[in-house]
Design a protein around this ligand. Sequence first.
Ligand code: A2P
Length: 266
Amino acid sequence: MRAATAEAMDRPDCHLETVTEVEHYTDRLFRFRTTRPASLRFRSGEFVMIGLPGGEKPVFRAYSIASPNWDDALEFFSIKVPGGPLTERLQKIVPGDGLWVKKKPTGTLVLDALAPGRRLWMLATGTGVAPFASLVRDPETWEKFEEVVLTQTCRTAAELRYAEEIVAGLAEDPLVSELAAGRVRLYTTVTREPHPRPMRITTAIESGRLFSDLGTAPFSAGTDRVMICGSMEMLRDCRALCLAAGLTEGSNARPAEFVVERAFAG
Ligand code: A2P
């Protein structure tokens, strides 16, 4: 405890939190929860810089907060990169370990950056689903939109489990179960093993398969809003598809029809 306090004083830009829960999904993906500093405020969908105490030179990475803003814990969904500057150590954390959380969450995948609309599309690849895990558990999402479609593309079906559990868990969520009932759909695709939808989400959008599978019209500026989170290539490709559909990119300063998380790192 004394060591932790001394370390916290070393970093006035950070909160030193405690890991409370770790769950490994595959050899590449895991989720963990930590205590939440009482003073840390954020909007659902934002990211924060996190790092591990105790290393020679702390390495910080941007992580979307996967828990909603009303939750008294923080949740993160992470990749494990062999030899990765942060995740090599992060993947070994256990309950009781410390975690640095920087004090200023930020980001563009927030409801404030979208103009009013009817249907909200959340497009994710891999751990890019994390901000959407936050947003689908936030009642404000359901107050602002009639319908939400969360899509996730992963290499294997096992990598979809986190999103599947989040969406299934909405039915038991005391804050959003009634709001979300019958208004949320999860659309998954898998690229590196056999699957009923063996394609990237970009292919499903371009071919029209996404819309025919769900029985909706293609993206339209009048009704649809889109949030995008994934690798740099995925962001670029999905952004191009939104622009081609006539949607305008929004920001905190200028809400519009789609938003992209630029700071998201792998
Ligand atoms: P693929 O297997 O064809 O590369 P990763 O785990 O490497 O971050 O990838 C997560 C998922 O994102 C994979 O299924 C991958 O498909 C897919 N993906 C990679 N690049 C793009 C892109 N530009 N647009 C859409 N999906 C992509």
